[in-house]
Design a binder for this molecule. Structure first.
Ligand code: ADP
Ligand code: MG
Ligand code: MG
Length: 916
């Protein structure tokens, strides 16, 4: 989770005061020339900057102007007032628009209508509302009706009243929608398209009455009043709850502000030679290089994504099964389609990235209303990056930087086990790929609460809206009853890389009862279901999943990443199986092999307990003799699996009581097995118990009080290494001592380890095995006295899990509770258990590395905490000069990519520094 950090971006957001260009309040675009460019997102917002860019490229864009983000701050500062200066500039720009298209704002016979659209620097889909058809009133609507037709004019007017009342006057949308439904029912009509001019005109009167009733004031008839009202509402919407929540989730600083775009209307709802649509220049789920999109005839604005009517595919390749009967844009409006293809290709070439475009066709003529870099699944991101590098649109370096490493592990995540028995009860649209299993929840707050408590949930909604985003984040997957491939749920889920099945009409949700019906089955909140976003299938219960094969573009991209990165990537693996998986993902060694897990296996735990409960040394030795061959066997397999790559093995770490039984009958059983009585076993357990086992008798402290345990482990490691080496496989064992706080601990244990190694090697003359000895740095003191510790260490490995707990005096389990404290106070940007940075645990790491290398320049340094798989932390590790990171097997590709990006970022940063 992230918090805002306003200081830095704010400085950038504020335009330089000098230079007339930067001080402009309003940026005009139209007729092939624009004041702005795509590079001016800070000032114009993403939408405005791209409208300007498209205009300059000669793409047909309705003319208009963008009010800069700086004015958003001015507006807020002035207590919600639009300054006279801004009004003057806006009116001048509006006059230019009027002149260009030969229509006049507010003119009774030939009225110019405009849209008022928000747009921040980063795209915030659906976060702030657009008002269309502004400029209509009871006079101008007649002019519009006369010049076009009545049905269209009144339909446009009722849309405007509803949007304006919703956004500016705070009259809930539903009030209007229920009037519309009532009217349709009264007229015996089902579809909006079946209503005629008279119907819409009557609705307009009802709407105007409604506004008067709800607000106590008449709907503003003066177009200029409408305009200022709309502009102010856009500025205010920057601080509405939805927007604030979205910013929090996406790390967007509050200080950016939004721009306002005022643009001449074009109409997709003038008749059957009109349409409006959205499209992606490549398939946003798979990344396939095919033009993909949907449109609706005789429709306006958000109709396509609102799910009111089933949208039509723009071409045959974009056609879904349920659209088989629908004609395509390519068939219905071939010349507009050809123009659209020409434009999308040009835009993609120009932006060198996949574009998400919005368009409207008015009487056969195509107009572009938006372009932006399209959201995509990770799978698509990888394919598009690699394809574009192959097409020479971008370089390989750029391709590697295009993919978010955080998202990458979704690719490695499970799909349904093809052999699993599954009971498909319904089918929706495959809106965002991957499979998810979880318990059903019907609202976003509950999804968030349950996920926080560790439950896996599937968020099930009739349809989603921006209010649901936090719940979508928390859920494993999302299932909706309504909406298409470009519905809110689908678009947002793809952006999050979250599995989503959308528009599953067979589910009937009853929010009040907290249940849904699917084809005769009743599924209550809390019941498990499985959804497959790649096929659209919905299944009852939990279906087993498998990890997908990785190849093709993914391995190509990883190959490129490996060419750029300097940091090595190892894995944390305790078993040969983990080691094998990690090697498939490209691990270059094991950074942490914990030996205690080997002790917990059912057939071994008894020997371990015997060893712990032994009353004297000979008894303990006897137990250890039983464990030796078992450990040796484990290490042999791991060395074989790693085929000569380095393997860091940590000697026993946890406090011994963790291995002892808790339940009475278990205690009796152990006592019987060991020929003692339960009371004695219990007394031993009590004597080993610690209040805070994290800080107790563990790690190297155990090694010092029970040297024979570590001696056995070292023997097992070196014997295994010799055995494997003798079979012709290279081995590189690295023996690691945990929890060292004082150099004395390591110096004593190093001697013990060296002696044992020498003993084993003497028994294996001529075998080439050279184990190294190092330590984990996981106690703050160890980092501080690293200079001394390095005298006895061939390597350091930062154990950042414990180091974080100790540095923050915070246990991992409690961290969740404290996280909100850190976030709300704004003191910490990231969860310290997730990301390392300079201000947190990173400070200790930097000291540890620098001091350690003062003693030993060639000191090998790595990190083996969970941070090793977090991209931000990986980049930090690269910056402080670590040799490697080590992470869980599934995160190895994440770390490889992050390491490559770190190297590329460092490379890009260098010349700048020199230039100064
Ligand atoms: P969002 O940021 O939610 O995508 P937009 O500002 O892009 O909102 O507006 C939503 C939709 O409204 C657009 O996709 C387009 O269909 C319609 N729209 C906006 N401006 C105009 C206009 N000038 N003429 C016709 N339609 C418009
Ligand atoms: Mg848009
Ligand atoms: Mg530890």
């Amino acid at each position: 989770m992230k918090t805002r950090r306003p200081a830095k971006p704010a400085a950038k957001a504020r335009p330089a005061a000098r230079g007339s260009r930067a001080a402009r309040r309003v940026y005009f675009f139209g007729a092939g020339k624009a004041d702005g460019t795509a590079g001016m997102k800070d000032l114009l917002g993403g939408k405005g900057a791209n409208l300007a860019e498209m205009t300059n490229l000669g793409v047909p864009v309705p003319p208009g102007f963008t009010i800069s983000t700086a004015e958003c701050h001015e507006y807020t500062k002035a207590g919600g007032r639009i300054s006279a200066a801004l009004k003057k500039d806006a009116l001048a720009a509006l006059a230019k628009v009027e002149k260009l298209i030969g229509m006049t704002f507010g003119n009774a016979s030939n009225p110019l209508l405009v849209s008022v659209r928000s747009g921040a620097r980063a795209s915030m889909p659906g976060m702030m509302d657009t008002i269309l058809n502004l400029g209509l009133n009871q006079k101008t609507v007649k002019g519009l009706a006369a010049s076009a037709d009545g049905r269209f004019a009144y339909d446009s007017f009722r849309r405007f009243i509803q949007m304006y009342a919703d956004v500016v006057l705070n009259v809930p949308r539903e009030r209007f929608e229920s009037r519309l439904e009532a009217l349709k029912e009264a007229r015996g009509k089902h579809l909006d398209t079946e209503l005629g001019a008279d119907d819409w005109e009557q609705l307009v009167h009802e709407y105007l009455d409604l506004v008067l009733k709800e607000t106590g004031k008449a709907f503003p008839q003066d177009p200029h009043e409408q305009l200022w009202g709309a502009i102010g509402a856009v500025f205010r919407s920057w601080n509405n709850e939805r927007a604030i929540r979205y910013r929090r989730l996406n790390d967007i600083p509050e200080s950016w502000g939004t721009a306002v775009n005022v643009q001449a209307m074009v109409f997709g709802n003038m008749g059957d030679d009109c349409a409006t649509g959205v499209a992606f220049t490549r398939d946003p789920s798979t990344g396939e290089n095919t033009f993909y999109g949907e449109y609706l005839k005789n429709a306006q604005g958000e109709d396509v994504v609102a799910g009111i009517r089933t949208p039509q595919p723009i071409n045959k390749r974009a056609r879904r099964k349920d659209q088989a009967h629908l004609p395509t844009l390519e068939e219905e409006m071939p010349s507009a389609y050809r123009e659209l293809v020409r434009i999308y290709k040009g835009l993609e070439k120009h932006y060198r990235d996949m574009q998400d475009i919005e368009f409207t066709i008015q009487r056969g003529k195509l107009w572009m209303l938006q372009t932006r870099n399209g959201k995509r699944t990770v799978r698509a991101a990888v394919k598009i990056a690699v394809d574009m590098a192959r097409e020479r649109l971008i370089t390989r370096e750029q391709a590697v930087q295009r993919v978010d490493p955080r998202a990458l592990d979704q690719l490695l995540h499970p799909t349904l086990d093809p052999r699993a028995v599954k009971k498909v009860v319904a089918r929706g649209l495959p809106a965002s790929p991957g499979a998810a299993v979880g318990n059903v929840v019907f609202n976003a707050d509950e999804a968030e609460a349950r996920a926080k408590a560790g439950e896996k949930v599937i968020l099930v909604r009739i349809e989603t809206s921006p209010e649901d985003i936090h719940g979508m984040h928390a859920a494993e997957g999302i299932l909706t009853a309504r909406g298409g491939m470009t519905s809110h749920a689908a678009v947002v889920a793809r952006g999050m890389g979250k599995c989503c099945v959308a528009g599953c009409g067979q589910i009937l949700i009853d929010y009040a009862k907290g249940e849904m019906r699917i084809e005769g089955h009743v599924v209550a909140a809390g019941d498990p279901i499985t959804i497959d976003g790649s096929t659209g299938e919905v299944m009852l219960g939990s279906v087993p999943t498998v990890t997908p094969e990785l190849g093709g573009e993914f391995s190509e991209l990883m190959k490129w990443a490996d060419q750029f990165r300097k940091l090595r990537v190892r894995t944390n693996a305790d078993t040969p199986n983990d080691a094998k998986i990690a090697r498939q993902f490209g691990a270059e060694g094991i950074g942490l092999c914990r030996t205690e897990h080997m002790f917990f296996e059912p057939n071994r735990i008894l020997a371990v307990r015997e060893m712990i409960l032994a009353s004297d040394l000979p008894k303990r030795r006897r137990a250890l003799d039983k464990l030796l061959p078992m450990q040796r066997g484990d290490f042999t397999e791991i060395f074989r699996a790693m085929e000569g790559l380095p393997v860091t093995i940590r000697l026993l770490d946890p406090p011994l009581h963790e291995f002892l039984p808790h339940e009475d009958d278990e205690i009796r059983e152990v006592a019987a097995n060991l020929g003692t009585n339960a009371a004695e076993v219990r007394a031993k357990i009590d004597s080993l118990k610690e209040f805070n086992p994290m800080l107790g008798h563990r790690g190297c402290r155990l090694g010092i009080t029970f040297p024979e345990i570590y001696a056995m482990q070292v023997r097992a490691i070196v014997e295994a290494a010799c055995e494997v080496a003798q079979s012709g496989v290279r081995v590189q064992p690295e023996i690691m001592v945990p929890l060292v706080a004082h150099v004395g601990e390591l110096s004593r244990l190093r001697k013990l380890i060296e002696d044992e190694i020498a003993g084993v090697l003497a028994e294996h003359k001529g075998v080439k095995v050279k184990p190294t000895i190092g330590t984990m740095i996981e106690v703050p003191r160890a980092a501080l006295v690293a200079e001394a510790i390095a005298r006895y260490a061939d390597f350091f490995s930062f154990g950042t899990n414990d180091l974080t707990q100790m540095t923050y005096a915070l246990s991992r389990d409690d961290a969740g509770k404290f996280l909100s404290y850190y976030q709300e106070s704004g003191i910490l940007e990231d969860d310290p258990f997730v990301s390392i940075d300079e201000e947190g645990v990173g400070a200790l790491i930097r000291i540890g590395v620098e001091n350690g290398r003062k003693t030993r320049r060639d000191l090998k340094v790595g990190i083996c905490g969970e941070h090793g798989g977090d991209p931000k932390s990986v980049k930090f590790c690269a910056r402080v000069g670590l040799d490697y990171v080590s992470c869980s097997p599934y995160r190895v590709p994440v770390a490889r990519l992050a390491a490559a990006q770190a190297a590329l970022e460092a490379g890009a940063a260098k010349p700048k520094v020199r230039g100064r």
